[in-house]
Design a protein around this ligand. Structure first.
Ligand SMILES: Nc1ncnc2c1ncn2[C@@H]1O[C@H](COP(=O)(O)OP(=O)(O)OP(=O)(O)O)[C@@H](O)[C@H]1O
Length: 304
């Protein structure tokens, strides 16, 4: 299952957002697309999923132009979770997830036992089984997001395109969703996800795509692409590349000029976890209270 774009230009109302994107999504890889707000990540996914028609260039799925493929055939090969999916009014969780089976069902045929098994599996994988009789409209943002992911999983496609699947999720559920992506990848599926958390992207992606201003500025194996100068260029920030205690690379933004004026490094020292019951607050007060205006330049000029 390969997906590739050639000189892809696509946008809205006659204005191209993507400015000639050449990209190959390799089969069996977990590709993560990162880039600043408005750079065209969602637009790229919409074009890959055949929702947006290119103004020029092509998107090819297994060597065939997606624009020439019937919707049902595309839906059997790729599942697409958009950024803000909309479901029918009043639909319940299980019924929404079951809609993922549509490309596999005959016209007006009821769900088979196999369909029900796949729906159950998708609900289980996204920790939404206990929500199955609830109305989707009455769920929290994070619960709803997991239900939509379940629907995409129920489609059982070799290729999954997920636009910000971790939005609205607390950190534990973000990890659950990304672990699910990693498991799907381990099972041989091709996964493409847009993520905003660069560090989670680096942990989970086997391939990384960096976008800026409607163009792909770098793509390749995560370890080859990850470069602090590139991250600084793409996001317009200053950053440090460090290693976390488990050996993972970690991109840490350098403190902003505003933060640099607010406190000196070490003013609030991290404290080890207490072995005794807490008798005092975890945060230590500043040893020297701030007396100057918040906007005053640092007296020391920053860290030594
Ligand atoms: N429906 C639309 N009509 C007109 N312009 C649009 C539409 N959707 C997106 N755009 C514009 O296209 C550009 C790219 O948007 P896109 O949603 O692809 O960016 P993104 O990288 O996914 O951003 P974000 O990280 O904020 O989700 C932006 O300038 C945006 O304003």
């Amino acid at each position: 299952m390969s997906l590739a774009t050639t000189d892809l230009r696509v946008g809205y109302g006659g204005n191209d957002v993507l400015r000639g994107v050449d990209l190959e999504i390799l089969e069996g890889e977990l590709t993560v697309i990162v880039g600043p707000n408005g750079c065209g990540k969602s637009t790229l996914l919409l074009a890959l999923a055949r929702v947006l028609r290119p103004s020029s260039g092509t998107v090819e799925l297994d060597g065939r132009a997606v624009s020439a493929m019937p919707s049902r055939e595309v839906a059997r090969r790729l599942a697409f979770l958009p950024q803000s999916p909309l479901g029918p009014d009043g639909i319940r969780v299980r019924d929404l997830v079951a809609r993922g089976r549509h490309p596999h069902q005959g016209l007006l045929r009821p769900l088979t036992a196999e369909d029900h098994r796949v729906v159950d599996e998708a609900l289980l994988a996204t920790d939404t089984l206990d929500l199955s009789t609830r109305r989707v409209s009455e769920l929290s943002g994070g619960q709803r997001q997991r239900v939509w992911i379940a629907m995409a999983l129920a489609q059982e496609t070799p290729l999954l395109l997920l636009d910000e699947p971790t939005t609205f999720l607390d950190v534990a559920h973000q990890l659950d969703v990304l672990d699910t992506c990693a498991r799907l990848h381990d099972d041989g599926r091709t996964v493409v996800a847009v993520l905003h958390d660069l560090n989670l992207a680096v942990r989970y992606a086997t391939r990384l795509v960096l976008m800026k201003d409607g163009a792909v500025v770098a793509h390749g194996r995560t370890e080859d692409v990850l470069d602090v100068a590139l991250v600084e260029h793409v996001f317009g920030i200053r950053a440090h590349l460090v290693t976390d205690p488990e050996g993972w690379p970690l991109v840490v933004p350098a403190r902003s000029d505003v933060l640099a004026r607010r406190a000196r490094p070490g003013a609030v020292a991290p404290k080890a976890l207490p072995t005794e019951p807490l008798t005092e607050p975890l945060t230590e007060p500043l040893t020297e209270p701030l007396t100057g205006p918040l906007t005053a330049p640092p007296s020391t000029g920053g860290p030594a």
